[in-house]
Design a protein around this ligand. Structure first.
Ligand code: PEP
Length: 245
């Protein structure tokens, strides 16, 4: 049985007080939730404070990125040990906005994946096709390359730590959600690419304009194990509705 996860991706939103107020408000509203993992992935400056605020709760904290070296002359970067030390449990790797604006590739995703695992952070690896690729019928080819190259060399014992997020680029922040059938088709395809002995244990989240009014039908699909949510994770009430769908 795969325990679903609803993970918020705050992107570059929320100052320190906004972030801690959110966690304070969220905690009592989800204290009774045991069947769903609740994760908030947030910008670096607020991680320590929201992790402290969430420490006695069922809310887990993640970062939105990391660098693959442990330390060194890499101005502006943040490492696995640093994230671990401030209370992070998860880290998003290869979000399409990082691929699009910051030059991330399947090779950098792979290095970051190994860094996360080395430091016991649970990686949420993002994959997804652009609209152009979908229209050219390249979706499966693109996803296969992202999964294979992104997870290259991953040992059998480490696959169980991985969470995958299928996020069609054309659905992120656009209000256009993949239909549950479109999402299910790709999720099932991804599962077939995973090592057979563990494929049924790995959580595959859907991301792309997930909202309280479409979560239920997405979650009803057999290979959709939760959501990675941008916009609708920024307000406590809509995030709670997603968790309690
Ligand atoms: C995301 O940030 O990963 C995302 C899916 O954003 P949104 O829910 O706003 O489309």
């Amino acid at each position: 049985m795969r325990k679903p996860i609803i993970a918020g991706n705050w992107k570059m939103y929320k100052t320190l007080s906004e972030a801690t107020d959110f966690i304070k408000a969220l905690k009592p509203l989800v204290a009774d939730v045991h069947d769903t993992g609740i994760v908030i992935c947030a910008p670096y400056p607020v991680l320590k404070d929201i992790a402290d605020e969430a420490a006695d709760s069922n809310i887990e904290i993640g970062a939105e990125n990391l660098f693959w070296e442990d330390e060194g002359a890499f101005t502006g970067e943040v490492s696995g040990p640093m994230l671990l030390a401030v209370g992070c449990r998860y880290v998003i790797i290869g979000h399409s906005e990082r691929r699009q604006y910051f030059g991330e590739t399947d090779e950098t995703v792979n290095k970051k994946l190994f860094a996360a695992i080395k430091h016991t952070l649970l990686p949420i690896i993002c994959v997804g096709e652009t609209l152009e690729q979908r229209e050219k019928n390249e979706t499966f080819k693109v996803i296969e390359k992202q999964i294979k190259d992104g997870t290259k060399g991953l040992g059998a014992g480490d696959w169980g730590k991985v969470v995958i997020a299928y996020e069609p680029v054309w659905a992120i922040g656009t209000g256009k959600t993949a239909t549950p059938e479109q999402a299910q088709e790709v999720h099932a395809y991804i599962r077939k690419l995973l090592p057979k002995d563990i494929a049924n244990d790995i959580r595959i989240l859907y991301g792309g304009s997930v909202k309280p009014d479409n979560i239920k039908e997405l979650m009803a699909k057999p290979d959709i194990d939760g959501g990675l949510v941008g916009g609708a994770s920024l307000k406590v009430d809509s995030f709670v509705k997603l968790i309690k769908h």
